[in-house]
Design a protein. Sequence first.
Length: 744
Amino acid sequence: MLSNLKLATFTWILAFLTGFITVVIIVSSYFVEKNIVVIDNAWQLYQTDLSEKARLEGALRAAIGYGGMIHNFKNYLLRDSEEYKSQVESNIGAIKAFLKQYSALELTTTETLAIKDILAVVTAYKNALRKAQTMKAEEYSLSEIDQAIAVDDHPALRGLKALRQATFSKQTNNNPINKTRIIADLRAALGYGGVIHKFKNYILRHKMTHEDTLQDTHLINEIKINIQLVEASIRQYRQLPLKDSEKLALKEIESMLMQYSKNLDKIPELIALGESIKEIDRDVYVNDVPALRSFQILEQEVNRQISTHSINVSKALEAVNKAIPLGRWASVFTIVFLIFIVILLIRFYIIQPILKLTKNMVRLADNQLDIEITGHQAKNEIGQMVRAVKVFKTNVIKRFESEETLVQVNKALKQKLEENKQLHQRSEEEAHKAMLMTEQMISARKAAEKDQLLVSSILNTVRDGIITINAKGIIETFNPGSEKIFGYKADEIIGKNISLLMHEPIKSAHDGYLKAFSEGKSTRDQSNSLDQTAQRKNGEIFPVEITLNTIRVANELRFTGLVRDITERKEKDAQIEKLAMTDSLTGLANRYQFNQRLLEMQQQAKRFKTQFCLMSIDLDKFKPVNDTYGHYVGDVLLQRVADVLIYCCREIDIIARLGGDEFSIILNGIHDPKEVAILAERILNKLKTQFLIENHPIQIGASIGISCYPKDTVDIKSLQKMADEALYLSKNEGRNTYRYYHKI
């Protein structure tokens, strides 16, 4: 069986064995890689959860925020309970201990400054607690006490944010979501600087005047945003595998959050009824014990998760340790086996038969015809070679036999050849003269045919269209390039008027052009190519570049046109022009196009005695969005703003992004500058609506400045400057508004 193995089959066997070993290596590598990924993911979570900084950062937020120092401090002010005072003192001690532990770690300069800021604020609260106790004893009102002991929380909040960034800075978007970070997010949004903190401040610091109620409204909006952040963190937590205890804990936190949300809407009504701060606090009291207990449950589950991650890492490492030796030995065994099989197959079924066949061929070359050739029974390529050699041997024997016969035949032929030679010499002399004349005629004809063939070959290989017409416009030649461009076959178009390839109005006027040229009345310069439009067989109109030449053949005028399809070139030119004229991020006009259109608008207004207005727009609060959420969110926000402007404006208006968060609009067809106010209010209302980008609720606004041509000025640069001055005026007067350069 193996003796009949074909070389092609042998090649397939080698390919199969090679593929098999490749699969073995890939499977073992995949198994190892899969376990390494498990180790990596588990280690990332394990590292994050066990990080001392992460633990201390979470402990700090718990001790300062919800259920901690700030919570108990506000409750002490509101409820006159010494128990809250003791809890505040205990919380302050815990905070200082955590800060001391944090300081013992390897810190960056930012972290060191953050710890100092937090410690300074905590010390300020410690002093405020003593002062509050004294003022309570002297029977000061709650408003007076709160005002007297007010502490600036910004340094501590900034410090906690810096610690958060340092703790999770090494995590990327590819890291799996972990519960430790979500719990920290919950505490940040609920506690210090979050919902509960601001809720208590709202009770303590609400005012009744109109000016101050605006401040209260701002505080309420901040509380609602924090509530949304808490809800988003809870939703994110629910995306992870949960136990029943975690589900119940999240429900308790949501229930508490719902109570605070309802009470937040209730406070303005109580204020309007004239209730005191203590009465309001009593009416909106929320029992925080279940929610605080729920946080403890969640943190216990995180500790269990840490233990699980540790077990996963151990198991994965054990699996990898077992797989690596097995994969290595399997690969080695497979490679050795493959080499052994290949050597055997090549030696016994290829090399040995070929060596034997080679020896036989050498003996045949030495005319040793008595050898016996074997192996012709094999049904493979080597068998075919042996059979071919056997046939060769038979042919050699027959050749020797025929050579003897040829010797005798040659003698008779020599005699006849001698007779024929004499006859041939005589006939050659007679034909020599005729041959000379014939060769001259053939040479002339071949030269003409060669020139014609060369011209035809050139015309047939040129990609551009080459068309020849007579003085009446009738097509005489139409090369393959023309067929490809216009869609006509040569036999369809030759003999017809060239106007068939044109469209109106050129089509009707073309015969007149030919006549004028024939009579010498044309002034067109033929040395330059002409960009024109043509028409295909299917009716499609497309751009072409035409180069014309004229010749006279037998005193008749002929026109030769070189036609090139420039559709692709025109499209690229249009694309380049678009890129040069538009803003790559928003698709709006860029500054270059804006300046051009502004000059065009000025010329149009001068000519037709019309007016137009220029609107400069600058986004409010855009820089904090970039700083907080990153440039990607900032870019998406700019695109959303561009969509709003396109939606609000008319098609005849020109909208441009001049750079950063600076936009400008040229408003055409304005009959009365007061009309611009309607558009400005529409834009402001749309832009102050909350945007949701990457699950981040973003609130911005805009300031708008308006100048009008020619009411304010007829100079374009001055017009732009006036719009900018009006913009700065709107910013100075409170933002999220618009102003004209001159009052309307």
